[in-house]
Design a protein around this ligand. Structure first.
Ligand code: PXG
Length: 290
């Protein structure tokens, strides 16, 4: 595996960062998770756009242009001869001193790792998965805005641990007001009477790229989509539920907090959208090998 660090490629054993990097010391940095399908990088521009937005929100100056960053991702996939895979792109505040002050960090560090990902077992995609709401609420906008894809994922990790302790692999996170926000690494949708609903971004969700893609696909297929505040009651009484994310893609949910959703099987609207999502991932994106 060849790992990109600040413009150079290193083997796995030599790919190292400083212990004084504020990404490690404080979780001070940002990241993206990107996927390649069939020799193309899916929604690359959108991911790099979001990376630059996260950077702006934390006053981090990415030392590359948007175009150079896109090229670096493609180059890393090419260097690893990957046609189908996963890219983890990180920008840390860079090495500094043992102290919070980010002014001591002179140069942000850009890392690109290209490999494989399988988030959930195959059976979940066929039979659907069971999820639970957890006690840890989503971060407040006024504290650490959930729209920032920061290297500080402790909020999500605590929720994930709570889900695991309840025997589930994913958690529904509510916001401080009790409305559904999202899951720890995916956005959430429900289907009710042929309409799609997903929490508004203001409820405390990441501006998911898969979410936006699925909304567009659903609208194109003639399904109304809206973004009202949702409560657990709305989830329990949905006909169908599914999660969306770059890693998870689209995964059907058949049980929430012990309540069976719909008929307990992945629903027909979900299945139809999964098909069109896969068609899109297979056919569109930035070519890696030209
Ligand atoms: N919410 C959160 C909190 C996320 O971290 C999503 C929603 C879905 O966003 P996208 O843009 O991917 O549709 C994410 C994305 C991993 C992994 O390694 C996590 C994500 C993406 C890829 C890999 O667990 N989270």
């Amino acid at each position: 595996m060849k790992i990109y660090i600040d413009g150079k490629f290193f083997g796995e054993r030599d790919a190292k960062v400083s212990v004084f990097d504020h990404g490690l010391l404080y979780g001070d940095g940002i990241f993206e998770g990107i996927r390649a399908y069939n020799g193309r990088v899916f929604k690359l521009r959108e991911h790099i756009d979001r990376l630059f937005c996260s950077a702006k929100a934390i006053l981090l100056n990415i030392p590359l242009s948007h175009a150079t960053m896109m090229k670096a991702v493609v180059d890393t996939l090419r260097a690893n001869r990957i046609r189908d895979g996963y890219v983890r792109l990180l920008v840390t505040r860079g090495p500094g001193t043992l102290g919070l002050n980010p002014n001591r960090c002179k140069k942000p560090c850009v890392i690109i790792i290209a490999g494989k990902i399988q988030l959930y077992p195959e059976a979940y995609y066929v039979k659907g998965m069971e999820i639970v709401t957890v006690p840890t609420t989503r971060n407040l906008h006024s504290a650490l805005n959930p729209a920032i894809k920061s290297l500080n994922y402790l909020n999500n990790i605590l929720a994930k641990i709570e889900a695991n302790q309840a025997g589930c692999e994913e958690a529904v996170m509510l916001n401080a007001e009790g409305y559904v926000a999202e899951c720890t690494g995916d956005n959430l949708f429900i289907v009710k009477a042929g309409e799609l609903f997903t929490p508004p971004l203001s409820a405390g969700a990441l501006y998911g790229i898969t979410r936006a893609t699925v909304i567009a696909l659903a609208k194109a297929a003639g399904y109304p989509v809206s973004e009202p505040n949702l409560t657990r009651y709305d989830l329990f009484n949905a006909d169908e539920c599914f999660l969306t994310g770059t890693g998870a893609e689209m995964v059907p949910v058949v049980k929430i907090d012990g309540r069976v959703i719909g008929n307990g099987k992945p629903g027909s609207v979900t299945k139809k959208l999964v098909k069109s999502y896969h068609a899109l991932t297979n056919e569109t994106g930035e070519p890696i090998y030209v």
